[in-house]
Design a protein around this ligand. Structure first.
Ligand code: SF4
Length: 388
């Protein structure tokens, strides 16, 4: 038989491009750039001067998987709190400085892992670069040049008319050049915009014009749903091109949610080992159970599971057995019953009312057999689980 070439390559190219080669910086022990795994960061929402509240939130962020945390330093009281926070935080702390160059020195002296400056916002910043570069170099403290569409340099706003991708990039590279004049290159850059299209264009340009590690962010992305979509879309596009060394999802929601979304984005792209993954069908007219409810209950019951586990929750026998067989654990439902699959084999059939508890029990058994230490909230849930 003659085969007709459709012009398709025989071996499709990998979905993700090779990572862009960036120089590496060290943010308090977390390597950023230079091929290091993409790290997830967030920012506290507490008043930084309230040391206990800030450390409490940092502890919550650490527990959720956050690797680097940023704290805002708008006042002298906040700057004074930095030594205690930097010392007691379990993860590296970045001081976020707008308006006052003197707080940059305070943050470096306080032992912060890095300092973020926004050139558009720091008064007389350009005159202070020499001193900042020296203090940062002496202490081994990296600097993030963080340009934001909302606070772009007036000069560039006038030149470009608005915060275009070109304007954001020019602002960032201009500030980098001021540091470079003093031999300082321990820098990472962000060029954030609320519009993912502008943001993607800006980071693409930046990636071509320098080798600094890049901190990805869609700024003011909005409430959880919208912010998640915007961040996932923009980060996904860039990370698939190999661009991006650390990420911060910005949501109008508690910062732990930002971390969860950031980690999920990396997991979806295969850049992190996946944790719990629910493969559930969208349901349709053939569904014989309430798939939404089942999927939600299984997800809620296994939230925080510390092992990679794919659980298929399928509504009928059309695709159900196939997907359930492919997953580590799954159910194919029908006629008021659920066929439970473990590693491709049907292990039992249970009434619909017991599907959720059986899946949770089996998932915990698999996790325990793998030697994983279960978090407290999942311990003892096994056979006695109650699902409403
Ligand atoms: S698995 Fe069944 S119920 Fe779910 S979407 Fe597919 S056909 Fe519909």
């Amino acid at each position: 038989m003659t085969t007709v070439s459709l012009g398709m390559p025989e071996v499709p190219p990998p979905a993700l491009a090779e990572r862009r080669r960036s120089r590496q910086i060290n943010v308090g022990g977390v390597p950023v750039g230079g091929g290091a795994p993409v790290s997830v960061q967030s920012m506290t929402t507490t008043v930084t001067a309230d040391v206990n509240a800030t450390l409490q939130q940092i502890a919550e962020l650490t527990a959720s998987g956050c690797q680097i945390v940023r704290v805002a330093v708008p006042s002298a009281d906040d700057a004074e709190a930095l030594p205690a926070i930097a010392k007691k935080s379990q993860i590296p702390v970045i001081a976020d400085i707008h308006f006052q160059p003197k707080y940059v020195f305070a943050a470096i002296d306080a032992g912060c892992a890095a300092v973020r400056v926004n050139p558009g916002n720091i008064k007389q910043f350009d005159d202070k670069v020499k001193e900042i570069a020296k203090a940062a170099a002496d202490a081994g403290t990296p600097i993030r040049i963080g340009v934001n569409a909302g606070s772009l340099d007036k000069r560039l706003l006038e030149k470009y008319g608005k915060a275009t991708a070109e304007a954001l990039v020019e602002s960032a590279l201009w500030e980098c050049s001021l540091f470079e004049e003093h031999g300082f290159r321990d820098i990472k850059i962000s060029v954030k915009h609320h519009d993912p299209v502008v943001m993607i264009r800006a980071y693409r340009q930046l990636a071509q014009q320098c080798d600094y590690p890049l901190h990805l962010g869609v700024t003011e992305a909005g409430p959880t749903f919208q912010g998640t979509i915007k961040s996932a879309t923009a980060f996904g596009a860039l990370l698939a091109e190999g661009i991006g060394d650390t990420i911060r999802v910005s949501l109008s929601a508690p910062p732990v949610e930002e971390v969860k979304v950031g980690i999920a984005i990396l997991e979806s792209l295969g850049m992190r080992e996946r944790g719990l993954e629910i493969v559930s069908c969208p349901s349709c007219g053939r569904a014989q159970v309430d798939v939404y409810k089942l999927a939600e209950e299984v997800h809620a019951g296994l939230d925080g599971l510390p092992v990679p586990l794919r659980v298929a929750v399928m509504g009928c026998v059309v695709n159900g057995p196939g997907e359930a067989r492919e997953a580590d654990l799954g159910v194919a439902s029908g006629n008021g019953k659920g066929q439970i699959f473990v590693k491709g084999e049907v292990i039992k059939t249970v009434p619909e009312s017991q599907i959720v508890e059986t899946l949770i029990e089996e998932a915990l058994r698999i996790a325990e057999e793998s030697g994983a230490e279960l978090p407290e909230e999942l311990r003892g849930l096994g056979p006695t689980v109650e699902v409403h």
